[in-house]
Design a protein around this ligand. Structure first.
Ligand SMILES: [Zn+2]
Length: 316
């Protein structure tokens, strides 16, 4: 049997035809183009489903399910997307609308949970307990224990990015202050870098970051900080040290609660690779409660990149 997985993002709607071995046989995408009515976005998902079926001669009965990863809060009991800031959905009867258009069973899940499921199933990690954190604009996360996604009573569980690591700290998008996300997302690193560059003192002006962003703090990207670290830039190394400390605080909290076999780091920031992982592993090892245990949680990079969202959605 074949399945179609859809990664509904704020920028693109990406769909893939997935087989039982988690391979993406074909893919298609369109721009999300928000804001526009939910019905119009859902109609585009249905068009992608039809296109993939036609192009691959998938007839009636051969397609088992269409799964969609949605960036927001979903309710599996009602079939509604309750809220999504990214795609501007509010109380949308998603399962009914898409189900009527595609005539195949439709499932949906939170995008971070879905990406975790995809990475867990198809990333070749071979573990039973698994946490994925996706670090980009925010911090998304998904928890899988004994092969099951942890969803909570209201499908809003595993928001690890919104656990506080510094009470009264930086303002977070969720309304609280001092969240893990407000310190360890790419957005947080960029904010901290801009603050330092805006001091316009001698050190900032001579920093490699200053050159990489063309002398405009508004154009700073997380990657530039990592690139400047590789150039042995003093300011970048200070920012990086600080950033990895926050990241390690959040990861140590996750380990202390769940003790999973593996924590995978994905998202744009994970492209820094071992440069990031080496100091984070070292700092985490010193912070966890189980530091004297013979066996501890491994911290690795995610392997599937954006495909995790498509594969995970297909496998819902
Ligand atoms: Zn928060």
């Amino acid at each position: 049997m074949l399945r179609i997985g859809v990664d509904l993002g704020g920028t693109n709607i990406a769909a893939g035809l997935v087989d039982e071995e988690y391979r993406i046989l074909d893919r298609a995408s369109v721009k999300t183009n928000v804001p526009r009515p939910a019905e119009s976005i859902i109609a585009d998902i249905a068009r992608l489903v039809k296109l993939l079926c036609e192009r691959n001669n998938v007839g009636g009965g051969e397609l088992e399910v269409v799964g969609v990863g949605v960036p927001g809060t979903i309710n599996e009991d009602t079939g509604y997307v309750e809220y999504s800031n990214n795609i501007r959905f509010e109380n949308v009867p998603f399962i009914k609308l898409l189900g009527d258009m595609v005539d195949v069973p439709v499932r949906f899940g939170n995008d971070a949970n879905v990406a975790a499921l995809g990475e867990y199933l198809a990333g070749g990690h071979n573990v039973k307990s698994f946490v994925m954190i996706t670090i980009g604009t925010g911090i998304g996360s998904g928890i899988i224990l004994d092969g099951k996604l942890i969803k909570g009573i209201n499908f809003a569980a595993s928001e690890l990015g919104h656990t506080v690591i510094k009470m009264g700290g930086e303002q977070c998008t969720c309304g609280r202050k001092g969240c893990f996300e407000a310190y360890a997302s790419a957005t947080a690193l960029i904010r901290d870098t801009r603050r330092v560059l805006s001091k316009s003192d001698n050190e900032a002006a001579h920093s490699a970051i200053w050159q990489l962003c063309g002398g405009d703090p508004e154009k700073v990207e997380a990657k530039q900080v990592f690139d400047a670290v590789k150039l042995d830039d003093k300011l970048a190394k200070e920012l990086f040290l600080n950033y990895t400390e926050y990241l390690a605080e959040g990861i140590a909290n996750i380990i202390n609660i769940l003790q999973p076999e593996l924590i995978c780091i994905g998202g744009g920031v994970s492209k820094a690779g071992e440069l990031l992982l080496l100091p984070v592993r070292e700092k985490v090892a010193g912070k966890i409660f189980s530091k004297n245990s013979a066996r501890n949680t491994k911290i690795e990079l995610a392997r599937l990149d954006n495909d995790a969202g498509i594969i995970g959605a297909a496998m819902l």
